[in-house]
Design a protein around this ligand. Structure first.
Ligand code: SAM
Length: 200
């Protein structure tokens, strides 16, 4: 589900970029380490702020980044026009039907997208399909604790049901064949969940 105008304004703001670069990325790096030389998929890349960090901070060799919203893909392409096509490809696409072979990525990054997907469990199935055995799934997600708040209910637009808490998200990953152990944390009083899951 695409973002509404309010959420687009917020997600495209410098405040969002700063939070992602200075807080989320270092936390995910602490949990899962770098992805030096790896082939990475980023789902719901938005305008590409996280995409640049996957190269700069995590050291990926190449990134295939997709987003369901053509406007966001156009912004991301402009933002990262300095990267050669053999290292970076942006495509309009849906995380529940990823245009990639089985076991074709070493790592997948999710910066705040699956809470937009009506049947997010199907997206996890796809992520597992395209990850190699032992591959890593880095995630940062907004939970039902956040989505139930007045601000989110009034100004933002998300699927009405089938949302998740942090523990429910982690339990679904484990149910679908990921190992997480201690590599996840809740932040913002349960509004957000961060972690790194390993595909078994
Ligand atoms: C909250 S924004 C996060 C954008 C960016 N990752 C960031 O952290 O700034 C969620 C993004 O997921 C995209 N999205 C929503 N549903 C999607 C789907 N089914 N497949 C791919 N992208 C999707 C939206 O278009 C939007 O760009």
């Amino acid at each position: 589900m695409k973002m509404n105008r309010v959420e687009k304004f917020l997600m495209n703001s410098p405040v969002r970029a700063a939070f992602q670069i200075w807080y989320e990325v270092p936390l995910l790096e602490r949990l899962g380490g770098r992805t030096e030389g790896m082939r990475v998929l980023e789902i719901g890349c938005g305008r590409g702020v996280g995409t640049r960090e996957i190269f700069r901070r995590f050291g990926a060799q190449s990134v295939y980044a997709l987003d369901i919203d053509p406007d966001m893909i156009a912004k991301a392409r402009r933002r990262l026009s300095d990267f050669p096509p053999e290292r970076l490809r942006f495509e309009v696409g849906d995380v529940t039907a990823i245009d990639a072979e089985d076991a074709s990525f070493d790592a997948v990054f999710d910066f705040a997208i699956l809470h937009h997907v009506p049947v997010w469990q199907d997206a996890i199935k796809e992520i597992r399909r395209v990850l190699k055995s032992g591959g890593r799934f880095y995630f940062q997600e907004a939970t039902s604790h956040f989505l139930d708040k007045w601000f989110a209910r009034t100004f933002l637009e998300h699927p009405a049901d089938n949302r998740f808490s942090g523990p429910e998200f982690v339990a679904e990953l484990e149910r679908q064949g990921f190992r997480i152990g201690e590599k996840w944390v809740e932040r913002g009083g349960g509004d957000y969940v961060f972690g790194v899951a390993f595909r078994l």
